[in-house]
Design a protein around this ligand. Structure first.
Ligand SMILES: *Cc1c(COP(=O)(O)O)cnc(C)c1O
Length: 356
């Protein structure tokens, strides 16, 4: 599929933001990729065009019935100005899994990758140079058939936007405080917890606000059926180090299969760490914090790579992990993955994809 390119006139290019104050999700590049789908016709009109407002009919189905999915990945600038993506095919495949679950249109992996690559290369000047900064990329698909009545939309819009983001740890790599939600759940068996559906995040806001009002950074989600097993933290996967073992809950339909989660698991095995995927009850976590065998807890995700957990609030009590400090394994995994992503370290897994 040939992608049409309509460039912004040089005089309308946006000024680049100060690289030392990027934050997350505040700045966006000059262009966007869009492509449309209609039942019977398939995908059509792939175009990279100036970043602009979308025109939607008020009856567009995404606005009423939530057929909306997204992805999140990053482009990194290497020491010689090379541009890398990290395991992009994983995001592309996961987006198709999300689409299938919500009865949305599938995309050809090659067309998707080609669009991603051409778009990022066109916007290469937006990939920041500050250590730890990157270009965050947000592929999104929405249902656009103009009709009410609950049924799968016959039309979709796929778009890719991107924006420079700062190093997640502007003030150093420090542990967060998390709050165990016992009243609210993120994902139930048979639901949509294993896909990046927009509605999952809307449903998580209430518990996040409770946690934030209580002074905690994130919610630690328990399983919906027994309210007992640890599943995820905020919008990240969760890991514990108990004894000399790295433990994470198994994917089972209610956990988002994070690309970073998978990378942590493979890297830990490569480093000779004992790795186990098993269900872990919150009571076991608390017991092992108390008896001193739980050494580390950390979250994993594209935004921060690894985010250590220093405190857990559960049943009106606060439990401190590793004296509130970043653990040795979290630290090691963080820098190993970071160095692979930026083209600084060897990449024994072939995760890095150089696009320019
Ligand atoms: C995106 C996401 C993750 C992390 O996935 P990565 O591919 O590692 O970025 C974990 N949990 C939830 C709920 C997510 O939305």
């Amino acid at each position: 599929m040939k992608i049409k390119i309509v460039k912004v006139l040089p005089k309308y290019l946006k000024p680049k933001p100060d690289q030392s104050k990027l934050g997350f999700g505040k700045h966006f590049t000059d262009h966007m990729f869009t492509m449309k789908y209609k039942e019977g016709e398939g995908w059509y009109n792939p175009v990279i065009e100036p970043y602009q407002l979308l025109q939607l009919d008020p009856t567009s189905m995404c606005l009423h019935y939530g057929q909306e999915i997204f992805e999140g990945l990053k482009a990194y600038r290497g020491p010689k100005d090379e541009i890398y993506l990290f395991r992009p095919m994983e995001n592309i495949r996961r987006m198709n899994v999300s689409a299938a679950r919500l009865c949305m249109a599938q995309m050809d992996e090659t067309v998707f990758f080609d669009a991603l690559k051409q778009f990022v290369v066109l916007e290469h000047e937006w990939i920041p140079r500050e250590p730890g900064s990157s270009l965050y990329i947000r592929p999104t698909m929405i249902a656009t058939e103009p009709a009410l009545g609950v049924h799968p939309s016959s039309e979709y819009l796929f778009f890719i936007i991107a924006g420079p983001v700062g190093a997640y740890y502007a003030h150093g790599f420090g542990p967060t405080k998390i709050y165990v939600s016992q009243e609210y759940v993120r994902a139930a068996p048979g639901g949509t917890g294993n896909i990046k559906a927009a509605g999952n995040y809307a449903a998580s806001l209430y518990a996040s606000r409770i946690a934030s009002d209580m002074g905690y950074t994130q919610v630690l989600w328990l399983d919906a059926k027994e309210n007992k097993y640890v599943e995820e933290v905020g919008t990240s996967n969760i890991f514990f180090v108990i004894g000399d073992e790295l433990i994470t809950p198994p994917l089972g339909g209610t956990i988002l299969p994070g690309v970073t989660r998978d990378s942590v698991l493979k890297l830990a095995v490569h480093l000779g760490v004992k790795v186990t995927e098993r269900r872990l009850a919150i009571d076991e976590v608390i017991e092992k914090i108390e008896n001193g065998t739980l050494k580390e807890a950390f979250a994993s995700g594209t935004a921060a790579i690894i985010s250590p957990v220093g405190q857990i609030f559960f049943r009106n009590r606060e439990y401190i992990i590793n004296e509130g400090r970043t653990g040795a394994l979290a630290d090691r995994l963080y820098s190993e993955i970071l160095h692979i992503q930026y083209g600084i370290a060897e990449d024994p897994f072939g995760w890095r994809v150089q696009i320019a």
